[in-house]
Design a protein around this ligand. Structure first.
Ligand SMILES: *[C@@H]1O[C@H](CO)[C@@H](O)[C@H](O)[C@H]1NC(C)=O
Ligand SMILES: *[C@@H]1O[C@H](CO)[C@@H](O)[C@H](O)[C@H]1NC(C)=O
Ligand SMILES: *[C@@H]1O[C@H](CO)[C@@H](O)[C@H](O)[C@H]1NC(C)=O
Ligand SMILES: *[C@@H]1O[C@H](CO)[C@@H](O)[C@H](O)[C@H]1NC(C)=O
Length: 397
């Protein structure tokens, strides 16, 4: 497998060198190419208005938020998952979730978590020099990023509540917020959870093993590697090389790697969509964020970050990290789950819904192959899923 990878990289290096001479002639094509466009450009290309905003958190991070204006009395905030960015909500143009909601009259706001390619900024810290910048996990997403972004939207729209849609880790941060910043429950009209990720220990192979490996490797690396898979990193450039070959890339990058982690569904992820995805992802995050997930899986508990006994005692006043109390998350929640999702398995989600006090709706996707990433990238999500999402939103708006 690694030999194949190596060969593909070689082929692509040669190809790139050849292509460089032609680059100047094809600049116009490239600029119009979905693989290179940012969120704003994608939105405009698909006929939407789009504004950009900077939101500053209490601890100084500068978060980029995109806004497709609609009916201000129906604001909805979309938050992405692990290693992802706002882009996933617009990659399929008017067949993506942001497009669908804008077409349905919603005032659409799409956020970016601290540290990703759009939110790699801070008032005082330099992400390239200060390791303190990367000292965060889903706990900070939920206790700083979401409150800042939500208050920003409430002020701009003059509303008392917004709707919220999260995908994957975009849902995890919401349980953190609801449990940890309790007064923010009142600011959410409806929380739509797509592929809800909370408990992880009942995931499908090979995830538990993978997360165990993360914990093991990080015993040595957690204080050495702070940022992972950033958009401009060498690792990302390697991924670009391996995944940009016309012949092998789909097999290697999607069928071997991506599908083994997310569940396989070739029908919803066609080969021609690969360059678009690789052009935007992965968007970078902190190693601590990944490590926290590995802990949640390994400890079989939805709890705060585990620093080890002594440091836990100092920070939390107990040897073990405190659990997030899901009973506090009393906002209305609608969940969308699928059978072929290797992270948000039906069993993991059941552990979650058994504790959430205010679940108003739960939908299991009829499509048997529907996987973790189809919720945002699925070719037919505009047909199978998004009308159901706007339907449940309409009911509460
Ligand atoms: C997106 O692209 C537009 C047009 O090139 C540019 O003005 C804008 O600053 C870019 N936004 C971000 C967040 O990169
Ligand atoms: C905006 O949304 C509100 C609340 O859903 C609704 O009552 C109103 O009719 C909408 N306005 C327009 C112009 O569609
Ligand atoms: C998207 O836009 C195209 C071109 O304007 C249109 O033909 C198509 O029906 C739209 N699709 C959706 C799902 O709105
Ligand atoms: C904001 O809403 C309140 C009532 O909810 C209203 O009294 C006030 O005039 C509104 N302000 C603006 C700027 O629209």
């Amino acid at each position: 497998m690694y030999l194949t990878l190596f060969i593909i990289v070689l082929i692509n290096v040669t190809k790139q060198t050849k292509a460089e001479t032609q680059d100047q002639c094809s600049i116009l094509n490239i600029q119009d190419d979905d693989t290179r466009l940012n969120f704003t450009e994608m939105a405009i290309k698909n006929g939407y208005k789009c504004e950009e905003h900077d939101v500053i958190t209490k601890d100084g991070y500068i978060l980029k938020m995109f806004h497709i204006p609609g009916n201000v009395s129906r604001p909805v905030l979309l938050m992405h998952g692990f290693l992802d960015s706002a882009d996933s909500y617009i990659l399929r143009g008017n067949r993506s979730l942001a497009g669908h909601l804008a077409d349905s009259g919603y005032d659409v706001w799409v956020g970016n978590s601290r540290g990703n390619r759009y939110s790699r900024r801070h008032l005082h810290l330099n992400p390239d020099a200060d390791i303190a910048f990367w000292d965060y996990s889903v706990h900070e997403y939920g206790s700083y990023d979401l409150p800042a972004v939500i208050d920003f939207i409430l002020e701009k729209t003059n509303q008392s509540q917004i709707n919220y849609i999260g995908h994957s880790e975009g849902t995890t941060m919401m349980y953190v917020m609801g449990a940890h910043k309790r007064k923010y429950n009142e600011k959410i009209k409806l929380f739509v959870a797509l592929a809800p990720v909370c408990y992880l220990h009942k995931s499908m192979s090979p995830l538990p093993a993978l997360l165990k490996t993360v914990l093991f490797v990080n015993r040595f690396l957690i204080n050495v590697v702070h940022e992972i898979l950033s958009y401009n990193s060498l690792a990302k450039k390697m991924i670009d090389l391996v995944c940009s070959d016309d012949v092998f890339s789909y097999t290697v990058c999607i069928e071997w790697f991506l599908f083994s982690g997310t569940g396989s569904d070739a029908e919803e992820f066609e080969p021609s969509f690969l360059p678009t995805v690789i052009g935007h992802l992965p968007a970078g995050t902190s190693n601590k964020n990944m490590n926290h997930f590995a802990q949640i899986s390994n400890r079989k508990q939805f709890a705060q970050y585990d620093y080890g006994c002594l440091e836990n005692l100092k920070r939390y006043g107990s040897f073990v990290p405190p659990r997030y109390n899901l009973k506090n998350v009393n906002m209305k929640v609608a969940l969308f789950v699928s059978r072929n999702d290797k992270f948000a398995t039906l069993e993991n989600v059941k552990l979650l819904t058994d504790q959430l006090p205010n679940v108003v709706h739960k939908h299991v996707m009829e499509q048997k192959q529907w996987n973790h990433i189809d919720f945002t990238w699925g070719k037919h999500a505009y047909k199978y899923l998004y009308p159901k999402v706007s339907g449940i939103l309409d009911k509460y708006n």
